[in-house]
Ligand binder design. Structure first.
Ligand SMILES: Nc1nc2c(ncn2[C@@H]2O[C@H](COP(=O)(O)OP(=O)(O)OP(=O)(O)O)[C@@H](O)[C@H]2O)c(=O)[nH]1
Ligand SMILES: [Mg+2]
Length: 426
């Protein structure tokens, strides 16, 4: 398989901040609370687009940041949620968390979506902090930070087209002139020992994946030559391009080649003969090729398409590529026998945040860190006393105070959290 991969950083949108506001009414100097909630930040979603077949887009853009939610507004108006950022990926894309190696998503079928990072929830406005004891709170939350992660995006390409034929008929040469692939080419048998894949772009902007398979010989289906292992690859292609040396450079008769290879395919798996097949009559630049082709065509049953090409001079390539692209468009996307490997997926991004850890800096200050405590901190708007008191209560609830005391913190000691410092107060 041809694996294309990219390392990418993704950050979902932060939630919008909640607002502290009060109603203003005629004759009422200070009305009730009226601060709205912030909107949710945008998720980043990957979506399968069958039209794509490379991760080219990630080569040039390795950072994706989604929009934040709108801040809450007065008159209890909710800020707008940010629309998700949808990124198209080709089928066969796997997304892996670079730090944990966890597979986040396996995207295979057209239109399938997976949330890669989740946008932050909007912060609550002061309307939501009303209690019987505090009917006009001055507390509002900041938006929750959007999730961020480093991911590895991998594409495992399954070939649309497989090139089959005897050794040295020019399969690798053909792949090398229609794609960026650089397979080894030489005039001895079995130059190609493992499939090479390349992405072919036709001049009318269609594209497909072509595999250059190792040469087949008589008895391949019983394990002669490179045998079975490579016939298996043919099974996974949607169209077979049968490459034949029309110049008969090794003295074989082209029509015999055609029959022998088909017999091997059939003996390996009878279904392979039902796969659409196109004949590439190669080496048409050589003397004698025209005559051989005429005889070949006389023997060939009606209705089997033959394209005259020369991989060496590049003659006839445009037509055969168009014919392949047309055929691919006319048949189902994935070969039936591999369809059942599809699984509906699955995103497991929601891990319980680690609550907090405490360490000490060389100057004796206590340092608090951890995803959960840092998130609480970021969601606190420290401009109001109410919010500060709420934050202290939340820390106490998590057990931060107890843990600090256990480690010997005294009234007035310095506590650090992210880039801020405050005093420990008993
Ligand atoms: N004259 C001529 N020679 C060609 C043409 N295409 C390929 N060749 C030559 O044929 C020889 C074999 O080409 P390859 O592309 O390595 O053949 P292959 O089918 O990949 O062979 P294996 O990997 O061994 O199965 C090389 O010397 C090529 O230069 C062509 O269109 N015309
Ligand atoms: Mg080869």
């Amino acid at each position: 398989m041809f694996v294309d991969q990219a390392s990418v950083y993704v950050k979902a949108g932060d939630g919008g901040n909640g607002l502290v506001a009060y109603r203003r009414e005629k004759y009422v100097p200070l009305g009730g609370p009226a601060g709205g909630d912030g909107g949710d930040g945008a998720d980043i979603i990957f979506e399968v687009d069958e039209g794509l077949n490379t991760l080219m887009d990630f080569r040039y853009n390795r950072h994706f940041k989604a929009k934040r939610g709108e801040n809450g507004m007065s008159k209890t108006q909710h800020g707008k949620n940010a629309a998700p950022l949808i990124i198209s990926v080709p089928p066969g894309t796997t997304v892996i968390d670079e730090d944990t190696e966890e597979v986040i998503a396996d995207l295979t079928t057209q239109g399938q979506q997976a949330v890669i990072v989740k946008g932050g929830r909007g912060g609550r406005g002061n309307t939501r902090f009303v209690t019987p004891r505090n009917p006009a709170p001055d507390i509002a939350e900041n938006g929750e930070p959007g999730q961020e992660r480093n991911i590895k995006v991998e594409l495992k390409l399954i070939a649309d087209v497989g090139l089959v034929g005897f050794p040295s008929v020019g399969k690798s040469t053909l792949l090398s002139v229609v794609s960026a692939a650089k397979p080894k080419i030489a005039d001895y048998h079995f130059t190609t020992l493992a499939p090479n894949l390349g992405v072919v772009d036709t001049s009318d902007h269609r594209s497909f994946v072509m595999a250059d398979l190792p040469g087949l010989i008589e008895g391949a289906s019983e394990g002669v030559g490179l045998g079975h292992q490579f016939l298996r690859h043919v099974e996974r292609t949607r169209v077979i391009v049968h490459v034949i040396d029309m110049a008969s450079m090794e003295g074989r008769i082209p029509y015999d080649d055609y029959q022998k290879i088909n017999k091997e395919l059939e003996e390996f798996d009878a279904n392979l003969l039902k796969r659409p097949q196109i004949i590439a009559a190669n080496k048409m630049d050589m003397p004698g090729a025209k005559e051989n082709l005429a005889i070949f065509k006389d023997n060939l049953p009606e209705g089997i398409p033959v394209y005259e090409i020369s991989a060496l001079t590049r003659a006839g390539l445009r037509d055969i590529l168009f014919a392949i692209a047309d055929l691919l468009e006319a048949i189902p996307k994935i070969a039936p026998e591999i369809e059942d490997t599809d699984e509906e997926v699955v995103y497991r991004y929601q891990k319980e945040d680690a609550p907090f850890e405490i360490t000490r800096d060389p100057d004796g200050a206590f340092v608090i860190y951890g995803a959960k405590v840092e998130k609480l901190f970021k969601m606190t708007n420290f401009s109001s006393d109410g919010a500060i008191r709420r934050f202290s209560r939340q820390l106490r609830g998590m057990g931060v105070d107890d843990e600090l005391r256990k480690r010997g913190a005294k009234d007035g000691d310095t506590i650090r959290l992210l880039e801020y410092e405050f005093d420990f107060v008993e």
